[in-house]
Design a protein around this ligand. Structure first.
Ligand SMILES: CC(=O)N[C@@H]([C@@H](O)[C@H](O)[C@H](O)CO)[C@@H](O)CC(=O)C(=O)O
Length: 320
């Protein structure tokens, strides 16, 4: 059985994997990165080797080393470290799950295999069950991200009776905009104490209304503080302030989405905001352009997400 750890809730940063200019993993900045998340962003949970972390572009050995480094540097600083162990090969996924347990991670998450795909719920459950069984002491999360995996099995369907098949099942990371599916996951599992972690940062407030217990996302690396203010306002039932915070976050995300936004751009923004070099992404991704970085920087300043340096930057649309 999974250990009776505290439920995963609040913000979870989907960590970036820092790299050097020649494409190797830059382990040397991970300690600083942990401190930045905790001290500057108020984020104490992380999700390692996921989409943002380019987990599927790393070798198995690299994934193990990255996971170990985060667990080691996060000890006594972070609340929970969840490792994404999804892979196309069941054997590799099991190896990663086992490794996560050995290094003392707090949970594992798995996406649906996306090349030879499970064609129905039972097949997907069978795959997840075999991975979960490789780490029987760790809480298990299903990572639903249909736009990237192409596996469109509804999460609501998957969750029906899941704990009978996967006793360590502890929650769902839902990276999709289908709030009907998300709402039904919450509604139909009220007794289960699952963690319902939403993964579309620009829509988090809607998901909170729908019953999300937390959120995993890329923007919590650098907008964690602002998003925590939204969570607090929501908690206090100050919905007008919560909406202001969400709109403010949306203004930034909307701006970068129009320029073209993904993992490469997340790396560039995090470098700008934190001052910690995240480096380029690994192929097939391309480094964010200079033009993107300049535009993102100006927008961050105008919203007061970055201190402004000159009068020309003076913020006109800052969110309080
Ligand atoms: C497709 C994608 O990368 N989605 C992000 C979001 O945080 C996303 O960057 C954000 O909502 C902005 O669109 C996360 O759901 C991904 C994530 O949690 C991960 O890195 O595993």
């Amino acid at each position: 059985m999974a250990s009776s750890k505290k439920k995963l809730q609040g913000l979870v940063a989907a960590t970036i994997t820092p790299m050097t200019e020649n494409g190797e993993i830059n382990f040397s900045v991970i300690g600083r990165y942990v401190d930045y998340l905790v001290e500057e962003q108020g984020v104490k949970n992380i999700f390692v080797n996921g989409t943002t972390g380019e987990g599927l572009s790393l070798s198995i050995s690299e994934r193990c080393q990255v996971a170990k480094e985060w667990v080691t540097k996060g000890r006594n600083k972070l609340d929970q470290v969840v490792i994404h162990v999804g892979a196309l090969s069941l054997k590799e996924s099991q190896e990663l799950a086992k490794h996560a347990a050995e290094i003392g991670a707090d949970g594992i998450a798995v996406i649906a295999p996306f090349f030879l795909k499970p064609w129905n719920k039972d097949v997907l459950i069978n795959f997840l069950k075999e991975v979960a069984a490789a780490a029987p002491t760790l809480p298990f999360y299903y990572y639903h991200i249909p736009a990237l995996t192409g596996v469109k099995i509804r999460a609501e369907e998957l969750l029906d009776g899941i704990q009978d098949k996967i006793p360590t099942f502890q929650g769902l990371k839902f990276s999709d905009t289908d709030l009907l599916d998300f709402g039904q996951c919450v509604d139909q599992n009220r007794q289960q104490q699952f963690a319902f972690l939403f993964g579309v940062d620009e829509q988090l407030l809607s998901a909170l209304v729908m019953g999300a217990t937390g959120a995993v996302g890329s923007t919590y690396n650098y907008l964690g503080k602002k998003t925590n203010q939204m969570l607090e306002a929501f908690e206090q039932k100050d919905f007008s302030s919560a909406l202001n915070y969400q709109f403010c976050i949306q203004r930034f995300i909307n701006f970068v989405v129009k320029l073209g936004f993904g993992v490469s751009q997340t790396k560039a923004i995090m470098t700008l905001v934190s001052g910690i070099p995240m480096g380029p992404p690994r192929l097939p991704l391309q480094k964010a352009s200079r033009e993107f970085t300049d535009n993102a920087e100006a927008k961050l300043k105008s919203l007061d997400f970055l201190p402004f340096t000159g009068l020309e930057d003076r913020n006109l649309e800052a969110c309080s």
